[in-house]
Write a protein of this length. Structure first.
Length: 342
């Protein structure tokens, strides 16, 4: 989404910034100093694609990442371009334009590469999830519950709907995360919608509720190999900067909320359990610079995430990317993390 200003907690940002200052600059060669938390470390970052173009197309505005079937990296812009990037250098090798059924550009936000190479792409304006071929041809569209549609058709707000999209292990269940609450639900309670695969097509299935930290939304969600979820929470405060936190969440014992109209005053509803893995503000700067105020110059408008594999210690290799909104004050930045999931 084109990030709006939200009310993130200033005191938390200042406290984290104080902790960072006390720790001092980090060495890129020291595993210990690269730690963001006991479970997350930052290997490196790259600004190599910031404010670049590829065959006349601006490279940036990234909202989602995925590993393609051939091992390349698929990077989705929120302005209808899907790039193929070299996994090591991140250099673009191809770009495909996506459009809706009428040929109009998408506000494309979430991306999944299906088992057959089909691209599943969510848009936050209707919202929608469409299926595309590798060359960008529309193959179909998934059903969406009426309550999650943007008002007046439903109870959602434009540009606050489907941001995260992920396929759970086994490839049978697709999950989309709403960024913010719909009308009638408590502020901070967002819905995660799922679909299950039946004879090659996806049908509406269970829905779950997830509580974000105050003032934050959910820009991305990714499944882990054991069926849990990595969830990004993000916010922005003008003059202070971004707040980005990484959580491990477990939907397996959460209440199916698909039949519950309003998630306000519902003490019996079991929310998705979450555990903080790290606040990105605590990561070492590794020499990063910021073009606007940030509690840590490493931070920017982080919006995309994918799991690229495991290291020799069993930690997940997680790649993040920021959406620069094609704005001179923001940066397209890739972050290489290693994440231990307790």
């Amino acid at each position: 989404m084109r990030l709006r200003t939200v009310l993130a907690t200033l005191t938390a940002g200042l406290a984290a910034a104080t902790c960072l200052t006390a720790a001092g600059p980090a060495s890129a060669n020291s595993a210990q100093s690269n730690a963001c938390s006991p479970t997350v470390s930052l290997d490196r970052f790259s600004d190599a694609l910031d404010k670049t173009t590829y065959q006349g197309t601006f490279v940036g505005n990234f909202s989602a990442l995925a590993v393609d079937r051939d091992g390349s990296l698929a990077a989705l812009e929120d302005r209808s371009s899907l790039f193929s990037l070299a996994p090591k250098t991140l250099q673009p090798a191809a770009a495909v334009h996506l459009a809706d059924e009428k040929g109009a550009d998408l506000d494309s936000e979430g991306l999944v590469i299906d088992v057959d190479g089909t691209r599943l792409v969510s848009s936050e304006t209707e919202p929608s999830v469409r299926r595309y071929s590798r060359d960008g041809k529309i193959l179909g569209r998934l059903p969406v519950p009426s309550s999650l549609l943007v008002a007046p058709a439903g109870r959602a707000t434009g540009n606050q709907t489907f941001e995260g999209l992920t396929l759970l292990p086994g490839g049978r269940t697709l999950l989309a995360a709403m960024e913010y609450a719909i009308s009638g639900d408590s502020t901070g309670i967002v819905r995660f919608q799922t679909w299950t695969r039946h004879h090659g097509s996806f049908r509406l299935a269970a829905q779950y509720a997830y509580r974000t930290d105050e003032g934050l939304g959910v820009p991305e969600v990714q499944a882990t190999p054991d069926g849990r979820l990595l969830v990004l929470e993000r916010g922005f405060t003008a003059g202070v900067g971004n707040t980005v936190r990484l959580y491990l969440a477990d939907p397996r014992h959460a209440t199916d909320t698909s039949g519950i109209e309003n998630l306000t005053g519902r003490p019996g509803v079991r929310l998705i359990k979450k555990t903080l893995l790290t606040d990105i503000v605590t990561c070492p700067t590794l020499g990063a610079t910021a073009k606007q105020p940030q509690p840590n110059p490493l931070l920017d408008n982080i919006e995309g995430m994918t799991v690229t594999g495991r290291d020799h210690r069993g930690r997940l290799k997680v790649l993040l990317v920021s959406d620069d909104n094609q704005n001179a004050a923001q940066t397209t930045r890739f972050y290489h993390l290693r994440v231990r999931t307790p």
